[in-house]
Design a protein. Structure first.
Length: 160
């Protein structure tokens, strides 16, 4: 005759398996569950063909975030179309040298100083786009956002 199953060992095996599965999810997701991100919305004129979820957001060549969602908003009153692009920025990629402002407190000042977002070609071969965020103080902000903005907004600018 065989021995009866040890319920303690079975329970330990199940708990260990669940712990390993959770650890694998955290490791293979690059810590996305543990990382704090900030969501911004950017409005662009014209076509965003080539921009997709996961496209990079870069500041002077440094990837600081990625595209989270692209929508199409149609206003039936005046027949205008807006294309909001929601991006997820990783504050850990930006280190404050002198004092760290609270999340989003500095965005209005950066926009006032010329922070703009523009679409740029990421790959000539595939036609994929990325969002370049940089200071363009001579370019006026393109303010297409509705009031109030659903999340903090970064202004785009016209490429002309």
């Amino acid at each position: 005759m065989s021995k009866p199953a040890n319920k303690t060992m079975i329970g330990a095996f199940v708990v260990g398996g669940i712990a390993l599965a959770l650890l694998a999810v955290i490791v293979f997701s690059s810590g996305k569950f543990l990382r704090k991100t900030v969501v911004y919305v950017m409005y662009f004129e014209g076509s965003v063909k080539g921009l997709s979820v996961g496209s990079p957001v870069v500041f002077r060549g440094v990837k600081v975030g990625s595209v989270k969602n692209v929508e199409l908003q149609f206003d039936a009153k005046d027949f205008t179309v807006l294309i909001p692009v929601y991006v997820e920025m990783d504050p850990a990629k930006i280190k404050a040298v002198k004092g760290a402002p609270e999340d989003g407190e500095y965005m209005d000042e950066l926009i006032r100083r010329g922070l703009r977002a523009q679409l740029e070609l990421q790959s000539v071969v595939t036609g994929q786009l990325m969002i370049n965020v940089d200071f363009f103080p001579s370019k006026p902000a393109f303010r297409a956002r509705p009031e109030p903005c659903p999340v903090p907004c970064v202004e785009g600018h016209r490429n002309s």
